[in-house]
Write a protein that binds this ligand. Structure first.
Ligand code: AMP
Length: 221
């Protein structure tokens, strides 16, 4: 049976619930979420050179160039502070990123334990993304139908006004799904050959998905 610290990758199309599950893994096992999407959005907000470079790609729903992302992850993992493990959310998204990660982990003397894939059909993904409303202040995520805030348009957690991410429109969501199918799906066979991939039905409730992830980790029978 495997035990914490967990070092794992969550793979899934945009809207598959990676962020929600990464949050739970942080709360329950202390494994720190490393979300390239969140880091990039913060960089855009702060107006850093990384943010300026990434913004056009992100707003168009396209992937940011590999080298930018690889450097970002190398810097983040290299800083340390992951004694309780890490959960990569949104990385790697291409085979080149997966291969670069292999090299980084080898250099750091770390071992990737699990790759957990959240499977959700395309139609449901679009519905989840288009209805998503994010809190620009605390990062909390609501959904107009599946997880509505108590007060319309207001974050339950911190009271800030919720926004729709510029890439959460139907048009951009479709482009992002296509990028996932075209590029990220090929990341999975890369890890299947290492025998560390588990697929989980991502259409279940967040609680049931989390239990399935725990079983995959060997944390729960
Ligand atoms: P996410 O929040 O994970 O859906 O990411 C939002 C956007 O950030 C994506 O549509 C890409 O433009 C960019 N992005 C995040 N992670 C990556 C990555 N690993 N490779 C390339 N682009 C990324």
């Amino acid at each position: 049976m495997s035990a914490p610290p967990y070092k794992l990758i969550l793979v899934g199309a945009p809207g598959s619930g990676k962020g929600t599950q990464a949050q739970r893994l942080l709360e329950v096992y202390g494994a720190r979420q490393v979300s390239t999407g969140d880091i990039l959005r913060q960089a855009v907000k702060d107006g850093t050179p990384l943010g300026t470079e990434a913004q056009t790609f992100m707003n168009a729903g396209k992937l940011v160039p590999d080298q930018l992302i690889i450097d970002l992850i190398r810097e983040t993992l290299g800083k340390g502070g992951f004694a309780s493990g890490w959960v990569l959310d949104g990385f790697p998204r291409t085979l080149a990123q997966a291969e670069a990660l292999d090299g980084m982990l080898e250099a750091l003397g770390e071992t990737l334990g699990h790759v957990l894939v959240l499977d959700v059909p395309a139609q449901l993904l679009i519905e989840r993304i288009v209805g998503r409303r994010s809190c620009p202040k605390c990062g909390n995520v609501h959904h107009v139908k599946f997880s509505p805030p108590k007060q319309d348009g207001v974050c339950d957690r911190c009271g800030a006004v919720l926004v729709q991410r510029p890439d959460d429109t139907e048009e951009k969501a479709t482009i992002r799904q296509n990028a996932f199918e075209a590029q990220t799906a090929e990341v999975i066979p890369h890890y299947e050959s290492k025998g560390i991939v588990t697929r989980v039905d991502g259409t279940m409730s967040p609680e049931d998905v989390f239990q399935a992830l725990e079983r995959a980790l060997g944390a729960r029978l």
